[in-house]
Design a protein around this ligand. Structure first.
Ligand code: 13P
Ligand code: SF4
Length: 326
Protein backbone atom coordinates (compact mmCIF):
# COMPACT_ATOMS: atom_id res chain seq x y z
CA UNK A 1 0.00 0.00 0.00
CA UNK A 2 2.69 2.48 1.06
CA UNK A 3 5.05 1.34 -1.69
CA UNK A 4 2.42 2.22 -4.28
CA UNK A 5 1.76 5.62 -2.69
CA UNK A 6 5.46 6.43 -2.53
CA UNK A 7 5.98 5.41 -6.16
CA UNK A 8 3.05 7.62 -7.14
CA UNK A 9 3.55 10.76 -5.07
CA UNK A 10 6.99 10.36 -3.47
CA UNK A 11 5.93 10.72 0.18
CA UNK A 12 3.45 9.51 2.78
CA UNK A 13 0.45 11.82 2.74
CA UNK A 14 -1.50 10.56 5.81
CA UNK A 15 -3.04 13.23 8.02
CA UNK A 16 -1.06 13.92 11.19
CA UNK A 17 -2.40 13.97 14.79
CA UNK A 18 -3.71 17.33 15.88
CA UNK A 19 -3.95 16.74 19.63
CA UNK A 20 -0.38 17.92 20.21
CA UNK A 21 2.01 20.36 18.62
CA UNK A 22 3.68 18.67 15.61
CA UNK A 23 7.15 19.67 16.73
CA UNK A 24 6.63 17.93 20.10
CA UNK A 25 5.29 14.82 18.35
CA UNK A 26 8.30 14.66 16.04
CA UNK A 27 10.73 15.01 18.94
CA UNK A 28 8.92 12.24 20.87
CA UNK A 29 9.02 9.91 17.85
CA UNK A 30 12.66 10.75 17.25
CA UNK A 31 13.53 9.66 20.80
CA UNK A 32 11.35 6.55 20.69
CA UNK A 33 12.94 5.39 17.40
CA UNK A 34 16.50 6.48 18.19
CA UNK A 35 16.60 8.69 15.10
CA UNK A 36 18.79 11.65 14.29
CA UNK A 37 17.46 14.58 12.25
CA UNK A 38 19.96 16.19 9.89
CA UNK A 39 18.92 19.40 8.12
CA UNK A 40 20.48 21.65 5.53
CA UNK A 41 20.52 25.45 5.99
CA UNK A 42 18.14 25.78 3.03
CA UNK A 43 15.18 23.91 4.57
CA UNK A 44 12.29 25.72 6.25
CA UNK A 45 13.10 27.35 9.63
CA UNK A 46 10.59 25.17 11.55
CA UNK A 47 12.61 22.10 10.52
CA UNK A 48 16.00 23.70 11.17
CA UNK A 49 14.71 24.58 14.66
CA UNK A 50 14.12 20.94 15.61
CA UNK A 51 17.05 19.27 13.83
CA UNK A 52 19.93 17.68 15.76
CA UNK A 53 22.43 18.99 13.23
CA UNK A 54 22.00 21.88 10.79
CA UNK A 55 24.88 22.22 8.37
CA UNK A 56 26.33 22.47 4.90
CA UNK A 57 26.74 19.43 2.65
CA UNK A 58 30.12 18.50 4.09
CA UNK A 59 29.13 18.84 7.76
CA UNK A 60 25.98 16.80 7.15
CA UNK A 61 27.95 14.06 5.38
CA UNK A 62 30.30 13.86 8.38
CA UNK A 63 27.35 13.83 10.80
CA UNK A 64 25.70 11.00 8.84
CA UNK A 65 28.91 8.98 8.81
CA UNK A 66 29.52 9.19 12.55
CA UNK A 67 26.00 8.84 13.95
CA UNK A 68 25.07 5.93 16.23
CA UNK A 69 21.34 6.48 15.72
CA UNK A 70 19.31 3.69 14.10
CA UNK A 71 17.54 6.05 11.71
CA UNK A 72 18.89 9.06 9.83
CA UNK A 73 16.05 11.38 8.85
CA UNK A 74 17.53 13.64 6.21
CA UNK A 75 15.82 16.99 5.74
CA UNK A 76 17.50 18.12 2.58
CA UNK A 77 17.53 16.74 -0.93
CA UNK A 78 17.87 13.30 -2.50
CA UNK A 79 21.62 13.33 -3.22
CA UNK A 80 22.31 14.28 0.41
CA UNK A 81 20.24 11.38 1.75
CA UNK A 82 21.99 9.05 -0.70
CA UNK A 83 25.35 10.33 0.55
CA UNK A 84 24.28 9.52 4.11
CA UNK A 85 23.35 5.98 3.04
CA UNK A 86 26.65 5.50 1.19
CA UNK A 87 28.67 6.66 4.20
CA UNK A 88 26.65 4.72 6.77
CA UNK A 89 24.99 1.87 4.82
CA UNK A 90 23.72 -0.09 7.83
CA UNK A 91 21.43 2.73 8.92
CA UNK A 92 17.91 3.31 7.73
CA UNK A 93 18.00 6.63 5.84
CA UNK A 94 14.71 8.46 5.35
CA UNK A 95 13.95 11.42 3.09
CA UNK A 96 10.56 13.06 3.81
CA UNK A 97 9.81 13.56 0.09
CA UNK A 98 11.55 11.62 -2.67
CA UNK A 99 10.71 14.42 -5.12
CA UNK A 100 13.27 16.62 -3.38
CA UNK A 101 15.82 16.47 -6.18
CA UNK A 102 18.42 18.97 -7.39
CA UNK A 103 18.88 20.61 -10.79
CA UNK A 104 22.60 19.83 -10.68
CA UNK A 105 22.08 16.13 -9.98
CA UNK A 106 19.33 16.03 -12.63
CA UNK A 107 21.67 17.57 -15.22
CA UNK A 108 23.95 14.55 -15.05
CA UNK A 109 22.24 11.33 -16.17
CA UNK A 110 24.59 8.39 -15.50
CA UNK A 111 24.63 7.16 -19.13
CA UNK A 112 25.56 10.62 -20.46
CA UNK A 113 28.22 11.00 -17.84
CA UNK A 114 29.70 7.64 -18.76
CA UNK A 115 30.01 8.78 -22.39
CA UNK A 116 31.56 12.11 -21.27
CA UNK A 117 34.13 10.22 -19.20
CA UNK A 118 34.91 7.91 -22.09
CA UNK A 119 35.58 10.94 -24.32
CA UNK A 120 38.35 12.08 -21.94
CA UNK A 121 40.37 8.96 -21.10
CA UNK A 122 42.90 9.27 -18.29
CA UNK A 123 41.27 12.31 -16.69
CA UNK A 124 40.72 12.31 -12.93
CA UNK A 125 36.99 12.67 -12.29
CA UNK A 126 36.12 15.16 -9.57
CA UNK A 127 32.38 15.28 -8.90
CA UNK A 128 30.61 17.85 -6.79
CA UNK A 129 28.59 16.09 -4.09
CA UNK A 130 25.40 17.40 -5.83
CA UNK A 131 25.15 14.34 -8.10
CA UNK A 132 23.50 10.93 -8.00
CA UNK A 133 24.99 7.87 -6.31
CA UNK A 134 25.58 6.39 -9.79
CA UNK A 135 27.66 9.41 -10.84
CA UNK A 136 29.57 9.27 -7.54
CA UNK A 137 30.31 5.63 -8.30
CA UNK A 138 31.85 6.71 -11.63
CA UNK A 139 34.00 9.39 -9.96
CA UNK A 140 37.49 9.26 -8.51
CA UNK A 141 36.89 11.82 -5.81
CA UNK A 142 33.98 13.92 -4.55
CA UNK A 143 34.09 17.52 -3.37
CA UNK A 144 31.69 19.98 -1.77
CA UNK A 145 31.69 23.73 -2.09
CA UNK A 146 33.70 23.98 1.12
CA UNK A 147 36.59 21.75 0.08
CA UNK A 148 36.56 21.89 -3.77
CA UNK A 149 39.74 24.00 -3.98
CA UNK A 150 41.67 21.62 -1.69
CA UNK A 151 40.39 18.56 -3.55
CA UNK A 152 41.48 19.93 -6.93
CA UNK A 153 44.83 21.02 -5.47
CA UNK A 154 45.37 17.44 -4.24
CA UNK A 155 45.41 16.11 -7.82
CA UNK A 156 48.88 15.71 -9.40
CA UNK A 157 49.70 18.53 -11.83
CA UNK A 158 50.25 16.19 -14.77
CA UNK A 159 46.69 14.84 -14.60
CA UNK A 160 43.78 16.08 -16.67
CA UNK A 161 40.69 16.82 -14.58
CA UNK A 162 37.00 16.38 -15.35
CA UNK A 163 34.85 18.52 -13.04
CA UNK A 164 31.10 17.88 -12.84
CA UNK A 165 28.31 18.82 -12.66
CA UNK A 166 28.42 22.54 -11.68
CA UNK A 167 30.12 24.70 -14.31
CA UNK A 168 30.00 27.81 -12.10
CA UNK A 169 31.73 26.11 -9.18
CA UNK A 170 34.13 24.52 -11.69
CA UNK A 171 34.98 27.88 -13.27
CA UNK A 172 35.57 29.40 -9.84
CA UNK A 173 37.78 26.52 -8.66
CA UNK A 174 39.70 26.60 -11.93
CA UNK A 175 40.46 30.31 -11.39
CA UNK A 176 41.59 29.83 -7.78
CA UNK A 177 43.74 26.77 -8.42
CA UNK A 178 45.00 27.73 -11.89
CA UNK A 179 44.06 24.23 -13.10
CA UNK A 180 42.51 23.75 -16.50
CA UNK A 181 39.45 21.55 -16.09
CA UNK A 182 37.02 19.84 -18.44
CA UNK A 183 33.68 21.12 -17.19
CA UNK A 184 30.25 19.51 -17.31
CA UNK A 185 27.59 22.10 -18.25
CA UNK A 186 25.35 21.89 -15.17
CA UNK A 187 23.98 24.72 -13.03
CA UNK A 188 21.91 25.28 -9.91
CA UNK A 189 18.51 26.78 -10.81
CA UNK A 190 18.47 28.72 -7.56
CA UNK A 191 21.85 30.42 -7.85
CA UNK A 192 21.50 31.27 -11.54
CA UNK A 193 18.17 32.88 -10.66
CA UNK A 194 19.94 35.71 -8.82
CA UNK A 195 19.61 38.92 -10.82
CA UNK A 196 22.87 40.78 -11.54
CA UNK A 197 21.03 44.05 -12.36
CA UNK A 198 18.88 43.99 -9.25
CA UNK A 199 21.92 43.06 -7.19
CA UNK A 200 23.85 46.07 -8.48
CA UNK A 201 20.88 48.31 -7.66
CA UNK A 202 20.78 46.85 -4.15
CA UNK A 203 24.49 47.57 -3.72
CA UNK A 204 23.83 51.22 -4.62
CA UNK A 205 21.04 51.34 -2.03
CA UNK A 206 23.28 49.80 0.66
CA UNK A 207 26.78 51.12 -0.13
CA UNK A 208 28.17 49.77 3.17
CA UNK A 209 26.91 46.26 2.59
CA UNK A 210 29.40 43.51 1.92
CA UNK A 211 28.39 41.04 -0.79
CA UNK A 212 29.13 37.42 0.08
CA UNK A 213 28.28 34.63 -2.37
CA UNK A 214 28.04 30.88 -2.82
CA UNK A 215 30.30 29.55 -5.61
CA UNK A 216 27.28 28.10 -7.45
CA UNK A 217 26.50 31.71 -8.48
CA UNK A 218 27.39 32.89 -11.95
CA UNK A 219 30.86 34.36 -12.55
CA UNK A 220 29.57 37.97 -12.95
CA UNK A 221 28.11 37.78 -9.44
CA UNK A 222 31.17 36.11 -7.93
CA UNK A 223 33.34 38.86 -9.39
CA UNK A 224 31.44 41.43 -7.29
CA UNK A 225 31.67 39.44 -4.05
CA UNK A 226 34.19 40.15 -1.32
CA UNK A 227 33.90 36.60 0.02
CA UNK A 228 32.96 33.32 -1.69
CA UNK A 229 32.21 30.13 0.22
CA UNK A 230 29.92 27.27 1.16
CA UNK A 231 26.82 27.97 3.22
CA UNK A 232 28.72 27.33 6.44
CA UNK A 233 31.67 29.42 5.31
CA UNK A 234 29.32 32.34 4.50
CA UNK A 235 27.79 32.15 7.98
CA UNK A 236 31.20 31.93 9.69
CA UNK A 237 32.58 34.81 7.61
CA UNK A 238 29.67 37.13 8.45
CA UNK A 239 29.93 36.23 12.14
CA UNK A 240 33.64 36.95 12.30
CA UNK A 241 33.48 40.15 10.25
CA UNK A 242 33.17 43.54 11.93
CA UNK A 243 30.89 44.60 9.07
CA UNK A 244 27.25 45.13 10.06
CA UNK A 245 25.46 44.77 6.72
CA UNK A 246 25.62 41.83 4.30
CA UNK A 247 24.01 41.00 0.99
CA UNK A 248 23.95 37.21 0.77
CA UNK A 249 23.92 35.59 -2.67
CA UNK A 250 22.62 32.09 -2.03
CA UNK A 251 19.37 30.29 -1.22
CA UNK A 252 17.13 32.23 1.15
CA UNK A 253 16.87 29.47 3.80
CA UNK A 254 20.30 30.51 5.08
CA UNK A 255 18.80 33.80 6.34
CA UNK A 256 17.13 32.02 9.26
CA UNK A 257 20.43 30.79 10.76
CA UNK A 258 22.28 34.03 9.93
CA UNK A 259 19.66 36.22 11.59
CA UNK A 260 19.47 33.89 14.60
CA UNK A 261 23.26 33.99 15.07
CA UNK A 262 23.64 37.69 14.19
CA UNK A 263 20.54 39.50 15.46
CA UNK A 264 22.32 42.85 15.39
CA UNK A 265 23.49 42.62 11.79
CA UNK A 266 21.44 43.46 8.72
CA UNK A 267 21.30 40.39 6.48
CA UNK A 268 19.81 41.09 3.05
CA UNK A 269 19.06 38.35 0.51
CA UNK A 270 20.34 38.83 -3.04
CA UNK A 271 17.35 39.57 -5.31
CA UNK A 272 15.95 36.99 -7.71
CA UNK A 273 15.14 37.37 -11.42
CA UNK A 274 11.83 35.59 -10.93
CA UNK A 275 10.03 37.20 -8.06
CA UNK A 276 8.18 35.25 -5.39
CA UNK A 277 6.83 36.22 -1.97
CA UNK A 278 10.31 36.91 -0.52
CA UNK A 279 11.74 38.36 -3.79
CA UNK A 280 14.77 36.16 -3.15
CA UNK A 281 15.95 32.87 -4.61
CA UNK A 282 14.44 29.75 -3.03
CA UNK A 283 15.14 26.08 -3.77
CA UNK A 284 11.84 24.39 -4.61
CA UNK A 285 13.33 21.00 -3.72
CA UNK A 286 14.54 21.97 -0.25
CA UNK A 287 11.15 23.54 0.43
CA UNK A 288 9.43 20.17 -0.19
CA UNK A 289 10.46 19.22 3.35
CA UNK A 290 7.56 20.07 5.65
CA UNK A 291 6.84 19.23 9.30
CA UNK A 292 3.94 16.98 8.21
CA UNK A 293 6.18 14.99 5.86
CA UNK A 294 8.90 14.80 8.53
CA UNK A 295 6.38 13.41 11.02
CA UNK A 296 5.01 10.84 8.57
CA UNK A 297 8.48 9.79 7.43
CA UNK A 298 9.46 9.08 11.03
CA UNK A 299 6.16 7.43 11.93
CA UNK A 300 6.00 5.10 8.91
CA UNK A 301 9.81 4.91 8.45
CA UNK A 302 9.27 5.75 4.80
CA UNK A 303 10.33 6.80 2.16
CA UNK A 304 13.60 4.99 2.69
CA UNK A 305 16.71 5.46 0.52
CA UNK A 306 17.56 2.16 -1.15
CA UNK A 307 20.78 1.78 -3.11
CA UNK A 308 22.41 -1.04 -4.98
CA UNK A 309 25.28 -2.55 -2.90
CA UNK A 310 27.75 -2.33 -5.79
CA UNK A 311 26.96 1.39 -6.25
CA UNK A 312 27.39 2.01 -2.52
CA UNK A 313 30.79 0.30 -2.58
CA UNK A 314 32.14 2.33 -5.52
CA UNK A 315 30.61 5.66 -4.46
CA UNK A 316 31.98 5.16 -0.92
CA UNK A 317 35.52 5.02 -2.33
CA UNK A 318 35.07 8.41 -4.05
CA UNK A 319 33.57 9.91 -0.87
CA UNK A 320 36.26 8.44 1.39
CA UNK A 321 38.90 9.83 -1.01
CA UNK A 322 37.37 13.26 -0.33
CA UNK A 323 37.31 12.75 3.44
CA UNK A 324 40.99 11.72 3.35
CA UNK A 325 41.88 15.12 1.82
CA UNK A 326 39.54 17.30 3.91
P1 13P B 1 26.71 23.74 0.67
O1 13P B 1 25.79 23.60 1.82
O2 13P B 1 27.72 22.64 0.69
O3 13P B 1 27.32 25.07 0.60
O4 13P B 1 25.88 23.49 -0.66
C1 13P B 1 24.86 24.28 -1.08
C2 13P B 1 23.89 23.55 -1.90
O5 13P B 1 23.56 23.91 -2.98
C3 13P B 1 23.29 22.37 -1.36
O6 13P B 1 22.47 21.88 -2.31
FE1 SF4 C 1 20.35 21.70 -5.99
FE2 SF4 C 1 20.55 24.32 -6.16
FE3 SF4 C 1 18.61 23.26 -4.70
FE4 SF4 C 1 21.18 23.09 -3.88
S1 SF4 C 1 19.98 24.93 -4.10
S2 SF4 C 1 19.64 21.46 -3.90
S3 SF4 C 1 22.23 22.91 -5.84
S4 SF4 C 1 18.85 23.06 -6.91
Amino acid sequence: MFTEEITKVGYISRSVPTDKDLKTLILELKKEKNAVILAHYYVNPDIQALADVVGDSLALAHAAKKTNADIILFCGVHFMAETAKILNPNKKVLLPDLNAGCSLADSTPAEDFEAFKAAHPGAVVVSYINCSAEVKAMSDIICTSSNAVDIVNSIPLDKKIIFAPDKNLGTYVSKVTGRDMILWEGACVVHVNISLDKLKALQLKYPDAELIAHPECETEILELASFIGSTKALIDYAQESTNEVFIVATEAGILYKMRELMPNKLIIPAPALETNSCACSECPYMKMNTLEKVYNALYYELPEIQLDKAIIKKAAIALENMIAVK
